[in-house]
Design a protein around this ligand. Structure first.
Ligand SMILES: [Zn+2]
Ligand SMILES: [Zn+2]
Length: 237
């Protein structure tokens, strides 16, 4: 009985104060900066050895470019990320994307501050846009929430309404590399010119890079000088 009461109190506390529990597993946390418990933190993976100079994919040789980046025309200069994608780290973004944990955007933005120090100067931050119909369904664009907090952390302006998704694309999940490319082709446009600006583009997960590459292409066609990319997670293909 006593246990049940304790469990009930704990459930109430979590509901009332979500910002006291780990954004991955829900356990109580001591580290209020990133809101990730020690156990989950120890399981998140960053590459230890050499990585691709462009996309950050773990590779065997130092100072080189991975096969994926070599085999396609890339429109962004460099991509950075906080952690590699796996079952554990996926929960970082799934909570924000599928479980309405909007508050977690603030902590995800903080995870990006360190990897971004590896990038040169940029003038503004642009989130990968969602189609209006998807925003209506979810209520928000998760990348925009992260970008908003990042803009605050770095004191760099965010431009929310310049890049738009004109095509309501199907989910990229489960699609092959070429199908992903095809799916996002022509999906974006810009509302105005970018005047030689250097952009930091924000997305949640870098899988094949098809989405951010298509965005970078459109941004450059419309006057952007350089495009850098930051995502919370990067999958290993
Ligand atoms: Zn945890
Ligand atoms: Zn690469």
């Amino acid at each position: 009985m006593r246990n049940k009461i304790f469990n009930l109190i704990e459930a109430f506390e979590k509901a009332l104060f979500p910002e006291y529990s780990c954004i991955i597993c829900g356990r109580e946390v001591c580290d209020k900066t990133f809101l990730i418990c020690e156990n989950c933190k120890s399981l998140l993976i960053k590459p230890q050895g050499p990585v691709c100079k462009i996309c950050g994919m773990p590779i065997h040789e130092n100072n080189t470019i991975c096969d994926d980046c070599k085999s396609q025309k890339l429109y962004f200069e460099k991509a950075v990320y906080a952690y590699l994608f796996d079952k554990k780290s996926a929960n970082l973004v799934y909570g924000l994307k599928y479980s309405s944990k909007k508050y977690s955007a603030k902590y995800l933005a903080r995870l990006l501050v360190a990897p971004i120090t590896n990038l040169p100067y940029f003038d503004c931050i642009i989130p990968v846009p969602l189609h209006q119909d998807k925003i209506k369904l979810r209520g928000y664009n998760q990348c925009e929430l992260i970008a908003n907090y990042l803009s605050e952390c770095l004191n760099v302006p965010i431009i929310n309404d310049l890049l738009v998704r004109t095509k309501n694309t199907k989910s990229q999940t489960g699609k092959s590399k070429s199908a992903r490319k095809e799916n996002v082709l022509g999906a974006f446009s810009t509302k105005e010119k970018l005047n030689n600006k250097t952009i930091l583009l924000i997305d949640d997960v870098f899988t094949t890079g098809a989405t951010v590459n298509e965005c970078a292409k459109i941004l450059k066609e419309n006057g952007a000088k350089s495009v850098y990319v930051a995502t919370i997670l990067k999958t290993i293909n």
